[in-house]
Design a protein around this ligand. Structure first.
Ligand code: UDP
Length: 458
């Protein structure tokens, strides 16, 4: 058997699943991790993907990759915020997705399709799957707690909460305790149509309700009540199989090259002394916020590793850090464009994480027992940050955006204060429970087996 034949034989080995991710880092990672997990359970995997932000097939020799043209020019992509882009993908991908699936059904190159697993935000896939009579399961790559907030959008709008202009309002939302108005998912992009998130997420929720099942990047111990409530309200099979990154690293799905030099730098730092700072793959700040961030970090006198991604500041590919910053932080700071985040958080030198509260980042931090400072930007991040701060009490939220004095104080509180120590103790308990859920007999372990049986029964 030649190498290629061997690879094909391996690819063809089991019941065939077609997976369709959203082409953003925070969505690709859990989808490809799920693919790896399901492949290890004996399924053969085809990934349908857009040309925009396409994953690298050579990192996944066991999967089939099928591109669909998205017709989005670089200029058009650059002109849209992520919410508008996902809304556009739901329109432009429909015809090519249906055409490709039709061809896969007709020509059968990888075996009959057992089911489609689509990112829940690619809601158009429900109609296509129904049309072709293929079962469709969705994966929700963010938290169950934030899904509950999206599911409540129509009610929240009816009661006037979504009209609250002041996103700093601490007025409680009794329908969704412990959220306050400022914690409700919001668009967060000044350029966007204020209704865009509402429309996208209500379609996402409707498409989830119509699906044959939902897979959560969640573990029961952390989000038990939200998962139970969704289970009751939605009456469709639920599978919480997370945290998915514990099954497969996200390095192979990284869209940007990860700068591994930071690991050698971390090796030289004292245990627990370094604050890791990264706001994920999409969040962008104003130049004045960058300046406040830089001085807050510098004034804290702590050691820090800071990811300043190309695009971190609105409208510029790269940014100059303020004059005098380098001198003031010499010997205790490293700035990189993109880091191997999981490895960084697992490094013993890292004692805190200043994050935007993206769900992958939150789970990755919990799984390494690293307490957080949260500066949420948009969508689910505000909900996640509220739970980190107020419910799980494993981090703190910055209340006033980016202000150097508040940043400095929060960093000291997290890295050297008693509060930080208590958060560290609490997050270690969450970490142990995450590990327990994944072990044989644990809830995620069992849920994965149920998912396998369920798919085979479709
Ligand atoms: N990430 C990374 N290197 C970095 C920053 C982030 O590999 O320097 C990864 C991180 O581990 C996570 C993903 O990018 O898996 C970001 O997802 P998240 O949901 O936290 O935020 P998003 O980018 O979707 O806003």
């Amino acid at each position: 058997m030649t190498g290629v034949e061997g690879m094909q034989a391996q690819k063809d080995k089991g019941p065939h699943l077609v997976l369709f991710p959203i082409p953003f880092q925070g969505h690709l990672n859990p989808m490809l991790q799920l693919a790896t997990l399901l492949h290890s359970k004996g399924f053969s995997i085809t990934i349908i993907h857009t040309n925009f932000n396409a994953p690298n097939p050579s990192n996944y020799p066991s999967f089939n990759f099928e591109p669909i043209p998205d017709g989005l020019s670089d200029d058009r992509v650059a002109a849209m915020d992520p919410i508008a882009l996902v809304a556009a993908l739901n329109v432009v991908c429909k015809a090519p997705f249906e055409e490709l699936l039709g061809r896969l059904v007709l020509e059968n190159p990888y075996g009959p399709i057992k089911c489609i697993i689509s990112d829940a935000m690619m809601h158009f896939t429900q109609e296509v799957a129904a049309h072709l009579d293929i079962p469709r399961i969705v994966i929700r790559t963010s938290s169950a707690i934030s899904f509950a907030a999206f599911a409540a959008f129509p009610l929240l709008r009816q009661k006037g909460y979504l009209a609250v202009k002041d996103h700093q309002s601490k007025v409680p939302v009794p329908e969704l305790p412990p959220l306050r108005c400022k914690d409700l998912p919001s668009n967060g992009f000044a350029t966007s149509d204020p209704n865009a998130l509402y429309h996208l997420m209500t379609h996402m929720v409707d498409g989830t309700r119509a699906a044959s099942g939902v897979i959560w990047n969640a573990f029961d111990y952390l989000e038990r009540s939200a998962l139970m409530k969704i289970g009751q309200d939605f009456q469709i099979p639920n599978f919480s199989v997370g945290p998915l990154h514990k099954h497969a690293s996200s390095s192979s799905c990284s869209l940007l090259p990860q700068d591994h030099s930071c690991i050698a730098w971390l090796d030289k730092q004292v245990h627990g002394s370094v604050l890791y700072v990264s706001f994920g793959s999409l969040a962008a700040m104003d130049e004045s916020e960058l300046v406040e961030t830089a001085w807050g970090l510098a004034d804290s006198n702590r050691h820090f590793l800071w990811v300043v991604r190309p695009g971190s500041v609105h409208g510029s590919d790269w940014v100059d850090l303020p004059k005098g910053f380098e001198e003031k932080t010499e010997g205790r700071c490293l700035v990189v464009k993109w880091a191997p985040q999981q490895e960084v958080l697992a490094h013993p030198a890292v004692g805190g994480f200043w994050t935007h509260g993206g769900w992958n980042s939150t789970l990755e931090s919990i799984c390494e027992g690293v307490p957080m400072i949260c500066s949420p930007w948009f969508s689910d991040q505000r909900v996640n940050a509220r739970y980190v701060d107020h419910v799980w009490r494993v981090g703190m939220q910055l209340d006033n955006g980016f202000e150097r004095g508040e940043i400095e104080q929060a960093i000291r509180r997290l890295m050297v204060g008693n509060d930080g120590q208590e958060m560290r103790t609490r997050i270690k308990v969450l970490k142990e429970n995450a590990d327990g859920c994944l072990r044989e007999g644990g809830s995620s372990y069992e849920s994965l087996n149920s998912l396998k049986d369920y798919i085979l029964s479709l």
